[in-house]
Design a protein around this ligand. Structure first.
Ligand code: C5P
Length: 220
C-alpha cells in the first residue's frame, strides 16, 4: 500500500507554502517544503565560496547530498544553526533558483525529498513534486495567482518583517525567477498532465484549503 501524498506545485509566491501547511495540518500529514532544500543548498554554496555555475556543479551537488539539515518545529537548522530567516530573503530565493537549475543538484536532493513520504501521509510543495518526485501522487494541484497579486502578497510579508522593498522590484524579481524555473531543461516548472489547476488570485486561504480537501476526498 503506498503512502498518500498530495503535491502542490506552482510559481514563486503563489501561496503554495501556506496552503500546503494548512492542508497537512487539517489531515494530520507530514509536510515537505522542497524549496527550503534548494534555499539551504544555495546558502551552503555561498558559505563554501562557490558560485551557481556548471564549473562548480559537482561540488555543490556533494554539499546538497550531505547537508547537515534538520527541520525542527518549522525551523530550518543547518549544522545546528537556525537559518530559517536567512534562507527567506529574496537573494536566497535567487540563489536557490540558480542552484536548482543544475541537474546534479536536483538529483542529489531527490532521495531526501522521497524520504519525507511517511505514514499517515505527506503534503509536498515545490515546482516538480507532481512531475518528477512523486509522479504517482493521487492528487496534484498546480497553484497560480496573477503576478500582481503575488508581488503584493510578498510585499506585505516582507514589510511585516520590517524588510524594505518596492513592489516593482519584487515583481521583476519573481518574474525573473519564474522565467528561469519554467525554461530550465531539467524538471521545469509546469503542471503535471493530471494536475488540477487552482488560481487563488481571488480566493481566501480557507477557500483554497477547502477546494484541495474536497479534491482529496474525491481522490480517495
Ligand atoms: O518555493 P521557493 O520559492 O522556496 O523555492 C526557491 C527556488 O527553489 C525556486 O525558485 C526554484 O528555482 C527552486 N525549486 C525547485 N524545485 C522545487 C522547489 C524549489 O527548483 N521542487
Amino acid at each position: 500500500l503506498s503512502v498518500p501524498v498530495i503535491c502542490i506545485d506552482g510559481p514563486t509566491a503563489s501561496g503554495k507554502g501556506t496552503l500546503a501547511v494548512e492542508v497537512a495540518h487539517d489531515l494530520g500529514y507530514h509536510y515537505l517544503d522542497s524549496g527550503a532544500l534548494y534555499r539551504v543548498t544555495g546558502l551552503a554554496m555561498r558559505r563554501a565560496g562557490l558560485e551557481a555555475d556548471p564549473a562548480h556543479e559537482t561540488q555543490i551537488a556533494d554539499l546538497a547530498r550531505t547537508l547537515p539539515l534538520r527541520f525542527d518545529a518549522g525551523k530550518a537548522m543547518l549544522a545546528g544553526e537556525d537559518v530559517t530567516d536567512e534562507i527567506r530573503s529574496e537573494a536566497a530565493g535567487m540563489d536557490a533558483s540558480r542552484v536548482s537549475a543544475l541537474p546534479a543538484v536536483r538529483s542529489a536532493l531527490k532521495d531526501l525529498q522521497i524520504s519525507f513520504r511517511k505514514l499517515p501521509g505527506l503534503v509536498a510543495d515545490g515546482r516538480d513534486m507532481g512531475t518528477v518526485i512523486f509522479p504517482d501522487a493521487p492528487l496534484k494541484v498546480f497553484l497560480t495567482a496573477s503576478a500582481a497579486q503575488r508581488a503584493e502578497r510578498r510585499h506585505k510579508q516582507l514589510i511585516s518583517k520590517g524588510i524594505q522593498t518596492t513592489l516593482d522590484s519584487l515583481r521583476s524579481d519573481l518574474e525573473a525567477r519564474d522565467l528561469r524555473d519554467s525554461s530550465r531543461s531539467v524538471a521545469p516548472l509546469k503542471p503535471a498532465e493530471d494536475a488540477r489547476r487552482l488560481d487563488n488570485s481571488n480566493l481566501s486561504i480557507e477557500q483554497s484549503v477547502d477546494q484541495v480537501l474536497n479534491w482529496w476526498q474525491q481522490a480517495q
